[in-house]
Design a protein around this ligand. Structure first.
Ligand code: GLA
Length: 735
């Protein structure tokens, strides 16, 4: 709910458990007054800092420097005296840097805002409302609208900024962040997510220190290395208690997320498009929308924060027809064959997979051009009939006859130097004229900021999809961007490149899901380098990591699930020793870990040992039984191996709290260690639940009957197993 106190010029944005207050202060400055636990029905104007320090119009004028440098602002601007991190920086036509915003008007409107060409949250009827707060810089003629979308049932506020050049001269926007708010430092910690290829989104937590700390990407995508998420939380906050402020960015390109602690022990948190290498030419009359940033406040620890993000994304961002239905259990041939496959091999895999209940075959990289390793053919999206004998339609028809769906891999944004496309259009690769562009995985990136290039790339994909009954696409992006130069841009617009690249990806994927509305699209980028909420708008699932090792996945999936629903995490069972790290884990454990994602297989089923193979039909049954719970339920983190525990444990709890699935992985065994009790929160306190170990010998692991209250306070026992990497599934059902 959004309310405006006209006399006091104060806005109050309320979600079920949080309040966000904005004040228009003396001089028209837009001040940030409060964000945190829900306030009582008090007049919140006393929270406005300009009054507290007795600043009047005349004092601001006299002491503007000291005023702006401590005043908590909603959208701090550059060049006027606030020396902390700014959210907005503009250069005028004569090269002067500076912009100052003063309140002009506002609107409170039902529903969500639509951002042209960008992913954006949506809502039905009264589920969301928004405040559009417009401020202007009359000298520049620039109008800036801060858009706050407030959700009625979720503790989330979505922020974006629309800039309009309402003047007569071009200006250059050098920085346009989406979110910024100031608060006192309260002994907070900061959490960010970091990694590398095959090690994405590991959780990093440390106390806030003076100066700046945060994460950035300049790689042209959200990246393996750092992630567009940052959280501030009480120093002693844990999974279930303490205050947490989480901020996430609905964007798939270069970003910055920073916390800055400055001289008066105040904190500023900002998030938006990375200003480095960014400069947007805003001609008179034109507008620019920033992507949306999502703010979540939880006073029930990290699990409360995760729940809010998961609910928001599942209900208000993912659009796919698959979002609330079971995803087909797939088998992907990448780790099974790499580039070495043909029609016969794929059909062998499909036939065997079908026997065990697997539902879809996905043909990965290597089916086009003359690609038999990663050194050629990207851009030549023509079926290689030496491998795919009889053609693609024949293969797909045969797979369908076996009773399976068919899916295919593309990397539409790329071009190999050894390709007909590059020989015909060398200028289609991103490059700086006169400079040899750098290769990565022996490939260049296509300049899809040019319309003719992205139309060509899109049409290659669409043509293949029209040629056969293809029901799934894995859209990959296997290198990061360097050597930025585009023939479509000029000296004064080259700074738009990175953002235009992301807009081009969005445009292509929008076309794809519009032209093929039943398609199941899975995004991917060398594993999980483009696992971000921007992509959820187009695909309900994203390949989480090229590391399919069950133990490595514990940390990767934990960091991912901190922000994103389990239903979005591409997770497959593969063979051991694992291809990314060489570890050997039980097939059962690999199955349980993948069951907490989209679930599938990535192995040569025709070569699997009889013992492992025998488990597949059972895992398929587990998926059928529990996938709705995992997909639609509330995620709860219980113990974390990555945080120094020797076990990892999490749960999915049905929204009506009638049932829950707990996954427990004993990562390390120790001699002479005994029972461990697992506590699960948020069940119905007085209800009686049956706690069972469905996959274990019932004589050794008898079911227990316990109330929700006891399960939260004392928990249920799990005995130690012999050996490392052992796992248990625990099913809890209301009696
Ligand atoms: C990336 C993906 C893999 C696979 C290969 C194919 O690394 O993450 O799953 O598709 O590309 O080249």
């Amino acid at each position: 709910m959004i309310t405006f106190n006209k006399e006091k010029n104060t806005f109050r944005l309320d979600t079920p458990s949080s309040t966000y207050c904005i004040s228009i202060c003396n001089g028209g400055y837009i001040g940030h007054a409060y964000y945190g636990s829900k306030l009582g029905a008090d007049d919140a104007t006393y929270l406005t800092r300009s009054k507290e320090y007795g600043f009047s119009d005349s004092k601001i004028f006299r002491e503007k420097g000291s005023f702006l440098d401590f005043f908590p602002q909603e959208l701090p601007t550059d060049g006027m005296g606030d020396y902390r991190e700014s959210a907005l920086a503009v250069t005028d036509a004569d090269g002067h840097n500076g912009i100052e915003l003063k309140y002009k008007s506002h609107k409170i409107i039902q529903g969500t805002a639509v951002l042209e060409g960008l992913p954006s949250v949506f809502a039905d009827g009264s589920d969301a409302s928004r405040l559009e707060l417009t401020a202007t810089d009359d000298i520049l003629g620039v109008e800036v609208t801060l858009i706050y979308t407030v959700f009625e049932k979720i503790d989330a506020i979505v922020l974006s900024v629309r800039m309009k050049n309402a003047g007569t001269k071009t200006v250059f926007v050098r920085k346009a962040l989406s979110a910024s708010f100031d608060m006192d430092d309260d002994n907070f910690d900061v959490i960010t997510l970091h990694g590398s290829w095959a090690r994405e989104r590991h959780i990093e937590r440390h106390p806030v220190h003076m100066g700046k700390q945060g994460v950035v990407s300049m790689r042209g995508e959200s990246s393996h290395q750092e992630h567009p998420f940052i959280a501030l939380l009480d120093h002693n906050a844990d999974y279930n208690s303490g205050r947490v402020y989480g901020v996430n960015f609905i964007y798939s390109g270069n970003f910055v997320a920073d916390v800055q602690k400055s001289q008066f022990d105040s904190l500023r948190l900002v998030m938006g498009i990375n200003p480095e290498n960014f400069c947007w030419k805003l001609d008179a009359g034109s507008t620019f929308d920033t992507p949306q940033a999502v703010l979540v406040y939880s006073d029930s620890g990290l699990n409360g924060m995760s729940r809010a993000f998961h609910d928001l994304y599942r209900e208000h961002l993912i659009r796919s027809p698959y979002k609330k239905s079971p995803r087909p259990i797939l088998i992907n041939n990448w780790e099974a064959t790499y580039f070495n496959f043909d029609t016969d091999k794929l059909l062998d895999i499909a036939r065997e997979a079908k026997k065990d209940g697997i539902e879809m075959l996905v043909m990965d990289d290597g089916w086009f051009g003359h690609r038999s390793s990663d050194d050629s053919s990207l851009g030549d999206w023509v079926v290689n009939e030496e491998k795919i004998k009889g053609g693609l339609k024949h293969l797909v028809d045969e797979v369908n006859k076996i009773g399976m769906k068919f899916g295919i891999w593309f990397e539409p944004e790329m071009i190999s130097p050894d390709s007909d496309l590059f020989r015909t259009h060398p200028d289609w690769a991103i490059q700086i004229p006169g400079r040899e562009p750098g290769m990565s995985r022996q490939q260049y990136v296509l300049d899809i900021t040019r319309k003719e290039v992205r139309d060509y790339a899109y049409e290659c994909v669409a043509k293949i999809l029209r040629s056969a009954n293809i029901e799934y696409v894995k859209w990959d992006m296997n290198r990061q961007i360097t050597d930025v130069g585009s023939l479509g841009l000029t000296a004064d617009t080259m700074g738009e490149f990175y953002h235009r690249y992301v807009l081009a990806v969005y445009e292509m994927q929008e076309r794809l899901i519009t032209d093929f509305p039943k398609l199941l699209l899975e995004n991917c980028s060398g594993g999980g380098a483009r696992f971000d909420p921007g992509m959820f708008y187009y695909s309900p699932q994203i390949w989480c990591s090229d590391d399919t090792d069950a133990v490595e996945r514990l940390a990767i999936q934990e960091g991912t699930a901190l922000v994103y629903p389990l239903s979005t995490m591409g997770a497959h069972v593969s063979v051991c020793p694992n291809h990314a790290c060489g570890r050997v884990t039980p097939f059962k454990t690999r199955g349980y870990v993948a069951l907490s994602g989209t679930f599938g297989y990535e192995l040569d089923i025709t070569k699997l040992s009889a013992e492992d193979r025998a488990l597949i039909p059972h895992q398929v049954q587990l998926y059928k039984k529990y996938s709705a719970l995992v997909r639609d339920g509330d995620y709860q983190r219980i113990a974390s191996w990555s945080d120094g525990k020797d076990v990892d444990c999490w749960a999915s709890i049905a929204k009506d709290k009638s049932r829950a699935l707990v996954t427990f992985v004993q990562v390390m065994n120790h001699p002479n260690y005994k029972t461990r009790f697992v506590k699960i929160q948020d069940l119905k306190a007085e209800a009686m639940y049956r706690v069972s170990f469905p996959d274990e010998d019932q004589n050794n692991w008898p079911a227990l009957e316990l109330t929700g209250r006891t399960l939260a306070a004392a928990g249920f026992p799990v005995r130690r197993d012999w050996g490392d990497f052992q796992a248990k599934l625990i099913y809890i059902e209301e009696m």
